[in-house]
Write a protein that binds this ligand. Structure first.
Ligand code: ADP
Ligand code: MG
Length: 323
């Protein structure tokens, strides 16, 4: 791709001053400019709208991504990679493993296993393709301070992997508020590309947003910022063929007369941005249930797993054994 060998300064309308502004705002490649919304180029790099339009157009022309046929979409889908969970139950539930070029959301109450799955996937990503891995590194964005290096070490060691090497392959960022979180993702494209990141985790996606925006008046502003944040994540996933995992909490749904009174937080914005949504629940006998609650092509099925020393493993509930 020509865009990879060109510098942003080679684009029409980008002189040294503008190039500096763009780099400082985190846009350091032509592809990062091509996928950025105009409004963002204006706000973050302080460009005139007309200049932003011109640069965006030049960047998109360079990588020629504007129109694609369904055939091209299908071709792109064929490049999609799948990451093994290290549990065949979870792999089957997700249609053969966690997909790249998509956002997979794990939803559940406190202790459901969202962070454990995220940490396990951070190990799996680094394995060879023969072992179901993606042979890449991980960018782990932690908003709650619950990432535990010692737990990753334990999982890797118990699974017979080189635990020190695994820890070296996880690039960790603790973020302290929603601005910090947004900024971190704005700058993630470069590091993802340079470090061959194949899994980007945000654990959890909404905690800062929910804590900072209280009351109805601020809700639409919150949703707008969240929307742009999520789309940035999706564009990184698609542009770099990597997997994105976000975790989310549940909240009570006062309108639920039937079915589950708990639903994922974040409303429609969250629902639309996630490609696949998986609900995790604690079950009896120390088991956990994972259920597909929303996906464009996965059936609404469920499966069982267990959290163990190794991370996550298949489980069968007692009443379903020997069926
Ligand atoms: N080494 C371990 N062996 C078995 N289970 C563990 C281990 N470490 C954590 N767990 C289980 O994982 C649970 C926490 O899951 P976690 O992923 O942190 O939840 P959350 O969904 O809130 O992120 C604990 O309650 C415990 O049951
Ligand atoms: Mg957690």
């Amino acid at each position: 791709m020509t865009a990879e060998v060109l510098d942003i300064q080679d684009l029409d309308g980008v002189g040294p001053v503008t190039a500096n502004k763009l780099r400082e705002a985190g846009y350091d490649s032509i592809s990062s400019l091509a996928i950025a919304p105009i409004r963002e180029l204006v706000e973050k790099a302080g460009l005139e709208t007309s200049v932003a339009h011109k640069i965006s157009k030049a960047a998109r022309e360079t990588i020629q991504t504007d129109f694609v046929t369904a055939k091209q979409l299908w071709e792109r889908r064929k490049t999609l990679l799948r990451l093994s969970f290290g549990s065949s139950n979870l792999n089957t539930l997700l249609g053969g493993g966690l997909e790249t070029q998509a956002i997979t959301e794990f939803v559940g109450e406190f202790g459901a296993g969202k962070s454990q799955i995220s940490m396990k996937l951070s190990i799996q990503t680094q394995l060879s393709a023969a072992e179901g891995g993606l042979e890449g590194k991980v960018l782990f964005i932690d908003t709650e301070g619950t990432f535990a290096a010692q737990r990753v070490f334990q999982m890797a060691q118990a699974s017979g992997q080189d635990a020190d090497k695994i820890l070296d392959g996880i690039i960790y960022s603790r973020v302290y508020n929603s601005d910090h979180q947004i900024l971190t993702v704005d700058h993630a494209f470069k590091i993802c590309k340079e470090e061959n990141i194949k899994l980007l985790v945000v654990d959890s996606i909404l905690s800062h947003f929910r804590g900072e925006y209280i009351g109805r008046e601020s809700l639409s502003e919150r949703q707008q910022r969240l929307n742009s944040h999520l789309h940035k994540l999706l564009r990184i996933a698609q542009a770099l063929n990597l997997a994105v995992v976000v975790t989310n909490q549940v909240q009570a749904n006062p309108q639920a007369f039937f079915g589950d009174p708990m639903r994922p937080a974040g409303g429609n914005i969250m629902a639309h941005a996630s490609t696949h949504r998986i609900m995790l629940k604690k079950s009896s006998q120390g088991l956990r249930v994972a259920k597909v609650i929303d996906s464009p092509y996965l059936p609404e099925s469920e499966t069982y797993f267990r959290i163990t020393e190794k991370g996550v493993e298949d489980a069968v509930p007692r009443n379903k054994r020997d069926e």
